[in-house]
Design a protein around this ligand. Structure first.
Ligand code: PSU
Ligand code: MN
Length: 307
């Protein structure tokens, strides 16, 4: 249940509201992955499919987005399909979520904004693909995603496939450690690297079951330790692209971003689109598989928290 009166800009889908009020398992889903992370029509079919996976596992999916100034917790099929083709949809993080609401705009919510919205609605578990983090070259660009700060302050479990190799993984882990965010390798001793099951960096913590993750978060909340948790769930073996194969594409995408002077919130979408082009679609197939895999684990964590 929402801890505060429901703000008047929030629309909680009736099925999601019913699940929340009976204390059922609910999994939030982000929507920047729909508006900026994947091309149409794969974005639309992926978004439908992850909802089905969560529902099949016995939890309630709630895709979060801002549509014409309304913060939606759970979209209808029609709203979700329309969002996947909305030209000029904004990419909304902590800095601009309220702007889209007050200006009546439409946009996809990043990990940071989805955490804020999920917490407002009383949802404690969220599935995504990869989080934003510290970009390579951050020592000069200062490009560090607001996702990391949000993980430090908002008590939502984020299930990801780690951080993309377009990011500086060790620096991302350092910032998370500084900000007190637990990073849990799911059944893994090393951090996964999104398309690849392994990076060369150890996972700070390891847990092997959804129940153990639920128990850890309950303990943190009972101790009054604020903030979220990052679960790093390796992509299934059959779907992975080995890190060595990805590296040259990543390097080329980064070079293109530099040449084109891409900065600010445009960086992540630019790199994702470039890598898709360079891998001729292979990266997209893996991306879809890992989001589905994360949705499955998030549903099981939500069930363990509700049970
Ligand atoms: N990483 C991905 N796919 C994505 C994103 C990140 O592999 O779609 C999106 C997520 O919504 C994430 C956001 O929260 O990009 C981070 O953007 P930035 O680095 O500008 O904070
Ligand atoms: Mn950034």
């Amino acid at each position: 249940m929402a801890k505060h009166p429901v703000p008047d800009f929030l629309d909680i889908h009736p099925a999601v509201a019913a699940a929340l009020s009976r204390g059922g398992a609910v999994v939030a889903l982000e929507s920047t992955i729909i508006t900026h992370g994947m091309p149409y029509p794969e974005n639309s079919s992926m978004a439908a499919r992850v909802e089905t996976i969560i529902a099949t596992d016995g939890a309630m999916p709630a895709t979060i987005a801002v549509i014409a100034g309304r913060l939606k917790i759970g979209l209808s099929d029609g709203e979700r399909e329309k969002l996947a083709t909305t030209p000029g949809a904004m990419k909304l993080s902590r800095a601009d979520l309220a702007y889209a609401i007050s200006e009546g705009r439409t946009g996809g919510t990043t990990v940071a904004a989805t955490m804020i919205a999920a917490h407002l609605a009383g949802i404690g578990v969220f599935a995504t693909g990869g989080i934003g983090g510290v970009h390579k070259g951050a020592e000069t660009s200062l490009d560090i995603s607001a996702d990391l700060d949000e993980l430090a302050r908002t008590p939502v479990i984020v299930v990801s496939a780690g951080a993309k190799a377009i990011l500086d993984i060790p620096k991302t882990l350092e910032v998370l450690e500084t900000r007190g965010v637990p990073v849990v390798g799911y059944g893994a001793d090393v951090m996964p690297a999104f398309w690849s099951r392994h990076s060369s960096f150890p996972a700070p913590l390891r847990l092997d079951s959804p129940e153990a993750i639920a128990r850890f978060q309950r303990t943190r909340l009972a101790r009054g330790v604020g903030g979220g948790m990052l679960v790093a769930n390796p992509v299934p073996l059959d779907d992975e692209i080995p890190a060595a194969d990805m590296q040259r594409h990543i390097d080329a995408a980064q070079e293109a971003a530099r040449e084109n002077g891409v900065s600010g919130k445009a960086v992540t979408p630019f790199l994702l689109a470039k890598i898709l082009e360079l891998t001729e679609g292979a990266s997209l197939k893996t991306n879809i598989a890992l989001v589905e895999n994360n949705a499955r684990l998030a549903a099981r964590i939500a069930l363990a928290l509700a049970g």
